[in-house]
Design a binder for this molecule. Structure first.
Ligand SMILES: [Ca+2]
Ligand SMILES: [Ca+2]
Ligand SMILES: [Ca+2]
Ligand SMILES: [Ca+2]
Length: 393
């Protein structure tokens, strides 16, 4: 018993003497720990900085901290730990120590193909190249035994993010698809890729578009989809006509709370394909007139006689155009006596004769208005409106 007490009493003074110049002031532990972010995604790179001027023992050499079991820097998540992780001084006299750890997440299938896409592992001794597993919705802690029994620590959160999908820079030839989801930055030291579905009003099946991370650690993914008015969708080419909508879909399987790891959520973006050609210049309406049932042109109609309100519609653009030919007839009191339409489609350069029949019930002066729209619902005019008067006897 006496002997044990003696040994302990003897050891403490020796260790204090031995490290008197190397270790900092017991009474004033100053070693703030900083992370480069307050919240990380599950596979991000974590930069740690510890400001510990009193550990700058050699003014002309790069010191390190953390590698000593007595004064260890530990980096850990709920169930995984990197012990004695060394941080190095940023320059010979800074007293600032830094290191990097790459989070490696946990086993998870991020694209729904039934195969896990991560490689969780914990290894490394610093200052860089350390790997650390983590659990869903957890945190990372760095602790530093600054002096005997004086342990300083700091934590940052780890959580998933809801992806944000955008379609930008839309022309009739191409559109840019952009995804913001740091969770898909599976390797912070190389460029990752993600697949998104892109489809259009004119092609509901669409394409699978691979988009690429803008830098190795951005968590921002971009790709171009080329739009075609004449060809089938294939590769990164999508069949989409002007004025129609293109839709991008990303299935996010890395969702923040309150979602679970087994949940997935489809995130959409939509944009209308805009063309350089003004809509009213796409088709031409010409040779307007009224023809009888025999096909002859009629100057004046007679009550009870069938007249066909006839127009020729010509396509002057380089893509197929759906259209609706609308005829509205008003009497002298501006009351609508006829509203009728027919739909059609013209391929490039094609000319189509369109007609709507009318049997006037009363004599008088009538105003015939003709419109060509892309559809009744869309209501985008494809020609100028043509109006003229007709006399019914
Ligand atoms: Ca130094
Ligand atoms: Ca997978
Ligand atoms: Ca990456
Ligand atoms: Ca996500």
């Amino acid at each position: 018993m006496l002997k044990i007490v003696f040994v302990v009493l003897l050891l403490i003074p020796i260790s204090q003497v031995a490290f008197a110049e190397d270790i900092p002031d017991y009474e004033k532990p100053y070693a703030p720990i900083f992370f480069n972010k307050s919240v990380y995604s599950w596979t991000e790179k974590v930069e740690v900085t510890i400001v510990a001027p009193s550990w700058n023992t050699g003014k002309y050499l790069i010191d390190s901290i953390g590698g000593d079991p007595e004064y260890s820097v530990d980096v850990y998540t709920n169930n995984h730990r990197l012990s004695e992780y060394k941080l190095y001084e940023t320059d010979p006299s800074s007293g600032i120590f830094t290191g990097e750890i790459i989070l490696t997440g946990f086993l998870h299938d991020i694209d729904g193909d039934g195969i896990d896409d991560t490689n969780p592992r914990t290894l490394g001794s610093g200052p860089n190249g350390g790997y650390l597993q983590n659990d869903e919705d957890s945190g990372i802690t760095v602790s530093f035994e600054f002096a005997d029994g004086v342990i300083l620590s700091e934590s940052a959160k780890i959580s998933w993010n809801l992806g944000d999908l955008q379609i930008t820079e839309v022309t009739e030839d191409a559109a840019k698809i952009k995804l913001f989801d740091m969770d898909m930055n599976l390797n912070p030291e190389s460029v990752d890729t993600v697949y998104v579905d892109v489809f259009s009003d004119d092609d509901g099946a669409g394409i699978d578009l691979q988009i690429t991370e803008t830098t190795e650690n951005s968590g921002i993914f971009e790709g171009l989809v080329y739009l075609t008015k004449n060809d089938q969708s294939s590769g990164n080419r999508l069949y989409a006509l002007p004025d129609s909508e293109i839709i991008a879909k990303y299935s996010d399987r890395t969702l923040p709370r309150p979602y679970n790891t087994s949940d997935d959520l489809d995130v959409f973006a939509k944009e209308v394909v805009i063309t350089k050609i003004p809509s009213t210049e796409r088709l031409i309406m010409e040779e307007v007139g009224i023809v009888g049932q025999t096909g002859d042109s009629i100057e004046d109609l007679v009550v009870g006689q069938t007249g066909m309100i006839f127009s020729k519609i010509k396509n002057r653009v380089d893509f197929s155009q759906d259209f609706t030919y609308i005829v509205q007839i008003k009497d002298e009191n501006s009351d609508v006596v006829l509203l009728s339409w027919v739909t059609g489609q013209t391929i490039p350069s094609q000319e189509l004769g369109m007609s709507v029949s009318w049997i006037p019930e009363k004599s008088g002066k009538y105003l015939v208005e003709r419109f060509v729209w892309n559809s009744i619902k869309g209501a985008i005019p494809l020609t100028d409106t043509v109006t003229y008067e007709i006399l019914v006897k």
